[in-house]
Design a binder for this molecule. Structure first.
Ligand code: SF4
Length: 367
């Protein structure tokens, strides 16, 4: 028996694999063998052939940013002609637009804009809660929270306490990129070390908030960096249990500075490998999210057979990927059809992965 097979058998036995074993799977395992084990573990955790999705929108409140990440095509430096910052009322209009189309989650994020006071963010949460009580304000990534702390002079914990008081209960996982300082120094030197991202999520979990963990791969990282990332979030999950899901996606080079060194997108087979490995490695995560949006609809469907149990959001509005020329649109009907076509029963969920409605049958929304 090969060493890789021994590791896969160990995972199938329900035993936790080590970072070294994970590295071996990432670099040496046969993709289909990896996928089969991942799918077996997925069905052990979620025995029903149900795939969840959320109706959401990802508006942005500002594209002004002073952090200059090399992989980012979205931000503008302060004062340039196409820099923008929306008023609270303008953001609420966007949320109203999404709510009218069925959104239950709004993932709001923006650049690091030094002109915005903490009150701006707090008012956004309070007003969203007041005007749209059925929407979960899934607002502000870890790096935005850190930036709020910097601008306001408060600690990360104090900022999170204020956000929570204002009505925020969950945090999106963006800004993690790769949780390896070697990589972060190259692609986002002003964003701080991996420990900063982890500290925001640890503190949020300690305050009773939930969050997702993300990973953007396919640029300057080595396989060891991916394993460092998976190990960091698995350890934090052991500590707090606060992560709802893991959401990986690939770097999109167009219109970014990093394109000079990384001109091509990571191929679909690497995405499937990462989805499968994450299902195997992250044994303490309930949900692994496949993204029709980031990797394409067909690859998203295939990922549902490689360990993923969630199909992400419908994304009624999105601009961060759009800035790289990556435009992918869908609708609730299409997402439902894609899940069915892949062989699963679609189910609309909340931000916290609770099922709102199961869509059995073949036409239209079910009970
Ligand atoms: S990724 Fe975020 S922090 Fe980095 S430059 Fe873009 S907007 Fe700014």
């Amino acid at each position: 028996m090969t060493q890789v097979q021994v590791i896969l058998d160990k995972a199938l036995d329900g035993r936790r694999i080590t970072p070294e074993e994970g590295l071996q799977l990432l670099t040496e395992a046969d993709l289909l063998a990896l996928g089969q084990v991942a799918q077996a573990l997925r069905f052990r955790k979620h025995p029903e052939p149900v795939v969840t999705f959320v109706i959401d929108a990802n508006p942005n409140y500002t594209n002004v940013c002073v952090t200059d990440c090399l992989f980012c095509a979205f931000y503008r430096k302060p004062g340039v002609p196409d820099a923008y910052t929306l008023s609270v009322e303008e953001v609420l209009q966007k949320i109203e637009w999404a709510v009218a189309r069925g959104a239950t989650t709004v993932l709001l994020q923006g650049g690091h804009n030094p002109d915005l006071p903490l009150d701006y963010y707090l008012t956004l949460i309070q007003e969203t809660r007041r005007r749209f009580p059925h929407v979960t304000p899934h607002f502000f990534t870890a790096s935005e929270v850190r930036f709020m702390a910097e601008v306001s002079g408060l600690s990360v914990r104090e900022v999170l306490e204020r956000l929570k008081e204002a009505g925020q209960t969950t945090l999106p996982g963006g800004g993690a990129e790769i949780l390896s300082d070697r990589v972060r120094r190259r692609i986002s030197p002003k964003k701080g070390p991996a420990a900063d991202w982890l500290e925001v999520h640890r503190t949020a979990h300690e305050l009773g908030m939930r969050s997702t963990a993300t990973m953007m791969y396919g640029h300057v990282e080595a396989p060891e960096d991916i394993m460092a990332h998976l190990e960091a979030i698995r350890s934090l999950q052991d500590e707090t249990g606060g992560f709802t899901a893991f959401v990986p996606w690939s770097f999109k080079p167009d219109h970014t500075y990093l394109r000079k060194w990384v001109p091509h997108r990571s191929p679909p087979q690497q995405y499937l490998r990462i989805i499968a490995l994450s299902r195997i490695y992250l044994d303490n995560f309930d949900h692994i999210q496949a993204s029709w949006f980031s990797e394409g609809k067909k690859v998203g469907q295939v990922a549902l057979h490689f360990g993923a149990d969630d199909f992400g959001g419908v994304l009624l509005e999105e601009h961060v990927h759009e800035a790289t020329g990556h435009v992918n649109r869908s609708s609730v009907e299409e997402v439902v059809d894609l899940i069915r076509e892949a062989g699963f029963i679609p189910a609309q969920r909340t931000t916290l992965y609770e099922i709102i409605r199961l869509m059995e049958g073949h036409h239209g929304g079910g009970a």
